[in-house]
Design a protein around this ligand. Structure first.
Ligand code: V47
Length: 366
């Protein structure tokens, strides 16, 4: 039976999507603005099922945020503080190792480590963190340090970025998470995080990461003061870099959470935008293998629905998340593996427990 698009302009896109033709900037803007959300979801689901069938990935991971002290003051961020703030914290290496141990119990396959740009920690702190974790948990993949942190680490190491990356890789770094991308459009970026690594530099850093043989993820912060054109531009710039390097694994749209930020006059993102962000990403990023619904940001319920709107990954158990919870995320801290499996099965999909590089790790219990 033919799908009845409410917006006939989307019906015209279906042939292109089925023919695996690349969508243009104007078509991207149409996907963000069309009133026909189900039509956009339908198109994204075509790509999702062509690439992955019913397979839906998740990972047994653990987030670790070593410090919230940060030299930057991004307006959208409620996590970063200055050293004299009463909520400031910094974890010693022993605390990090014991956090890692607490939840490891032989099952975690990834440590996801991101934090503030600490004004005083030496480069050796980061190298010793990686070495210490690798020594204690040799089988756990370490995905750590956003491109913004990597640029900062290169500065404090006194080495060029490429050499800095090689030192970190030799110490145990496995891959790079997608944070810090925010929105590339300079006019918007200047307003929400003017001091931060520019969009061009974020992209250059990931290009260098790929050149030294590591994979990385990419994100986009949406639902603040950006518009459909800015989001489309962001996705196309990622798509262009992926054409060059094929180094990106996963794209994760990040829903802006305004509480406790300097943009707290803005609304939290509506569910329709969360679903649409995943669907448009799936359609525009035709060369990205995976699209991840980060349940911490958009709730497990929306994440589950998004499995029919382009997403094929639910992230993971997480255990302890500080960045989005500082900005008012109402979701829990931990998503038990059996609950993730249940939600995936209930949506008619097939759960696959994966490692960072999307190899299956364990068969899912029936
Ligand atoms: O870089 C900060 C974002 C990111 C807010 O690579 C905010 O698999 C919403 O990058 N509202 C960190 N977002 C988290 C991140 C991430 C998460 C899950 C998986 C992966 C991955 C990466 O969170 C930051 C920033 O872009 N962020 N503050 C806020 N108020």
């Amino acid at each position: 039976m033919l799908f009845d698009y409410q917006d006939r302009r989307l019906a015209a896109l279906e042939a292109k999507v089925r023919g695996e033709e690349r969508l243009s900037f104007d078509e991207g803007v149409l996907l963000w603005t069309s009133p026909d959300l189900l039509g956009v979801g339908r198109l994204a689901n075509i790509v999702r099922e062509r690439r992955h069938g019913d397979q839906t990935y998740f990972i047994h991971n653990r987030h670790i945020n070593p410090t919230n002290i940060c030299v930057n003051s991004c307006r959208f961020c409620a996590f970063g503080v200055k050293a004299d703030d009463p909520t400031a914290y910094e974890k010693s290496l022993d605390e990090i190792f014991s956090d890692a141990e607490k939840y490891h119990s032989g099952k975690v396959s990834e440590f996801h480590i991101v934090g503030g740009l600490h004004p005083d920690w030496p480069f050796d702190y980061y190298v010793d963190m990686l070495k210490g974790l690798k020594q204690r948990f040799p089988d756990v993949h370490i995905q750590a340090f956003t491109a913004v942190e990597l640029d900062y680490l290169a500065k404090i190491s006194g080495l060029p970025l490429k050499e800095t990356l090689v030192v970190l890789k030799d110490a145990g770094l496995g891959s790079i998470p997608g944070g810090g991308a925010e929105i590339f459009a300079p006019r918007i970026r200047k307003k929400i995080c003017g001091e931060k690594t520019t969009g061009d530099d974020w992209l250059k850093t990931h290009e260098t990461v790929h050149a030294v043989g590591m994979r990385s993820n990419a994100t986009m912060l949406y639902g603040h003061i950006e518009g459909p054109e800015d989001r489309t531009d962001h996705l196309i710039r990622l798509r262009e870099l992926q054409d060059k390097t094929s180094g990106f694994l996963t794209f994760i749209p990040l829903a802006f959470h305004p509480e406790n930020t300097r943009l707290d006059h803005l609304h939290t993102t509506p569910g329709q935008l969360d679903l649409r962000a995943l669907a448009v990403s799936r359609l525009m990023l035709d060369n990205f293998p995976h699209i991840k619904a980060f349940w911490i940001m958009i709730t497990p319920a929306i994440a589950q629905l998004s499995l029919s709107f382009g997403a094929n990954d639910m992230d993971g158990t997480v255990v302890e998340e500080k960045i989005i919870h500082a900005a008012g995320a109402a979701t829990g801290q931990i998503f038990q593996k059996n609950s993730i499996i249940y939600m995936i099965r209930e949506s008619g999909r097939t759960p696959v427990e994966r490692d960072t590089l999307y190899e299956e790790t364990h068969a899912c219990p029936a």
